[in-house]
Design a protein around this ligand. Structure first.
Ligand SMILES: NC(=O)c1ccc[n+]([C@@H]2O[C@H](COP(=O)([O-])OP(=O)(O)OC[C@H]3O[C@@H](n4cnc5c(N)ncnc54)[C@H](OP(=O)(O)O)[C@@H]3O)[C@@H](O)[C@H]2O)c1
Length: 260
């Protein structure tokens, strides 16, 4: 039986990850959702099925656990799927890690998640994609992989490592028809962002050339492009979704936005 196309999205119970899952579902993909909490993954999967009429299933992702990673892909395979796309959205944000003081355990945990676990997930997905003869891996990294923010050494450098990891996959697995690309969001309008008074008080979107930051759907559209046949000749690439922030040396501030 010919299966629907399918995608696995990590950290996809809400926000950016859910928007990515929904974007693929809207295109008719069956969707596998990863979360550290099985009940939340299952609830998100149910929402996807109700809204888009595609098959969806939630999985508990145990960060850094290779047995769990293999079990997830074995289960997907046993259902007759060979994954078309993997979107690695979940991340340890490593917030507030002051470089002179950070505990090495906390520092390494950021790497274990953002680099090590993402590697395991990508490799296992690639084994299915190799069997299929094609597939797309999309990393949601960050523009802070290129220009950093204060007290985020582990996070920024791990996101930077992802850029090189993605290029390695592009080079190593291109011969199997597997593509690997990165989305580099800038600030996203998450609940965390909305609740941080500094963002509204200092009107941070005003600092980007477009005077706006990303909606979930902006990141989801980029992930869809890189994860689908739309980008069939693109691999090892980076797509920045940051309102133009990386392009500028100093911000060209629209003062009217503050005064209104
Ligand atoms: N928000 C921004 O402004 C921004 C800017 C640039 C790049 N990004 C990147 O864009 C992606 C989505 O960002 P977001 O702000 O929407 O992310 P988020 O909601 O903070 O995190 C996405 C998911 O990652 C999982 N996660 C969170 N902390 C984790 C931890 N310590 N260890 C393992 N998994 C963890 C959670 O999934 P479960 O709890 O369901 O497991 C969460 O729902 C991330 O890769 C992020 O690095 C975000």
């Amino acid at each position: 039986m010919e299966m629907n196309k399918s995608v696995f999205v990590t950290g996809a119970t809400n926000g950016t990850g859910f928007a990515i899952a929904a974007r693929f579902a809207a295109e008719g993909y069956d969707v596998f959702i990863g979360s550290r909490r099985l009940a939340d993954a299952e609830a998100a999967a149910q929402k996807i099925t109700e809204r888009y009429g595609v098959f969806a299933k939630g999985y508990e992702t145990k960060i850094g656990d290779e047995v769990n990673v293999k079990a997830i892909f074995a289960d997907i395979g046993s259902r007759g799927y060979l994954l078309d796309a993997l979107v690695l959205n979940a991340a340890n944000l490593g917030i507030g890690q002051v470089s002179l003081e950070v505990d090495m355990k906390d520092f390494m945990e950021v790497y274990a998640t953002n680099v090590g676990w993402n590697f395991m997930m990508a490799r296992e997905a690639a084994r299915q994609m190799k069997e299929k003869g094609k597939g797309a891996i999309v990393f949601i990294t960050s523009n802070s992989a290129v220009r950093v923010t204060e007290n985020r050494c582990a996070y920024c450098s791990s996101k930077s490592a992802i850029l090189a990891m993605s290029k390695s996959f592009a080079v190593d697995w291109g011969k199997y028809g597997i593509r690997s690309n990165c989305v580099l969001p800038g600030m996203i309008k998450t609940e965390r962002w909305q609740n941080n008074v500094n963002n509204t008080k200092y009107c941070l979107p005003n600092y980007t050339p477009l005077h706006d930051i990303a909606d979930f759907e902006d990141v989801a559209n980029a992930a869809w492009y890189l994860g689908s046949e739309q980008s069939r000749n693109t691999t090892g690439a980076e797509l920045v979704v940051d309102g133009g922030m990386l392009a500028q040396l100093t911000p060209n501030i629209n003062r009217r936005l503050w005064e209104e």
